[in-house]
Design a protein around this ligand. Structure first.
Ligand code: MN
Length: 296
């Protein structure tokens, strides 16, 4: 099932052919607040999806829905308590970052060549119809701002110290994530948390529909040129390992987002670029970039 949030924070189910969307807000047993700051309904849905699934399915099958292009798709998550992101989780990306750091500076090798997790500000999330806005400070200083296209997952049932062999039971579903990053010196939590730096979308495909998450092609292109192209079989630490490691540190709450790490091929984004990202079985998302003009 493809779960979307659209228009005034309504819950929708996208048809298997991705052409239509059906409003299933009425299937929620609690009030659905159209104010995103009252949106604990989404977190409760993530927690209770197993029990609510059949109601949502029957509501989705009750009507023809509307053409998908007639609605405003928002980011397919609301108010996650945190965005966890993985560092150094594709060997070829770790290798390419040595060159990037020689060019733009930043933290040394020891700090960034081993798998770990860090946090991004949830306020950096945008949906597929919004734009990444390049911050004037880093842009005017000539600092590189990079795209990282990543498999993202959304936590369903929360938990602490989740065992690897139960970890996938805690995944509600998967979506496309972009981890936009200012390169260079300074703390990573600041460099990756500028407003608009975490596009997510176009919807959450539930885990049952995705099957094995380590068989997905990730592709990002700009202006027709493929920048990143990889299969998630190349993930260093697989998703159960990511969940076990993270939940051994911080409790994972329903609705939390985990970005599983950047594959190789990261590179600069500039004003007027359109990042075209596709992940098999999860859909395609086009996100535009706005900001300082490219001097070159
Ligand atoms: Mn990343």
């Amino acid at each position: 099932m493809k779960l979307a949030i659209f228009d005034d924070y309504r819950l929708g189910v996208v048809s298997p052919d991705e052409a239509r969307i059906t409003d299933v807000s009425a299937a929620l047993p609690w009030p659905r607040d159209s104010d995103p700051f009252g949106a604990s309904w989404w977190v409760r849905l993530c927690r209770d999806f197993g029990e609510l699934r059949s109601r949502i399915e029957s509501t989705a099958s009750s009507g023809p829905g509307r053409p998908l292009e007639s609605v405003w798709l928002r980011a397919p998550v609301l108010n996650p308590s945190k965005i966890v992101a993985c560092a150094a989780n594709y060997a070829a990306h770790v290798a390419e970052m040595k060159g990037v750091r020689q060019r733009v500076g930043g933290p040394g090798e020891a700090r960034f060549s081993q798998f770990d997790v860090f946090l991004k500000a949830p306020s950096s999330i945008i949906g597929p119809r919004e734009s990444v806005v390049l911050p004037p400070g880093p842009s005017s200083a000539g600092v590189e701002i990079h795209h990282e296209s990543e498999l993202a997952l959304v936590i369903g049932r929360g938990g602490s110290s989740i065992a690897e062999d139960r970890a996938l039971d805690h995944v509600l579903g998967y979506t496309i994530g972009l981890d936009i990053t200012v390169r260079g010196a300074g703390d990573r939590s600041r460099r990756k948390s500028y407003d608009t730096f975490t596009p997510l979308g176009p919807w959450v495909t539930t885990a049952d529909e995705v099957g094995d998450p380590h068989t997905l092609d990730i592709r990002l292109s700009i202006g027709g040129a493929v920048r990143q192209s990889v299969n998630t079989q190349d993930l260093g630490v697989k998703i159960p390992g990511i969940i076990a490691y993270t939940s051994g540190v911080m409790r994972l709450e329903p609705g939390d987002v985990i970005l599983t790490g950047a594959p190789q091929g990261v590179g600069p984004i500039r004003d007027a670029d359109v990042m075209d990202t596709e992940i098999s079985r999860l859909g395609r998302m086009l996100v535009s970039v706005r900001g300082m003009r490219n001097e070159g």
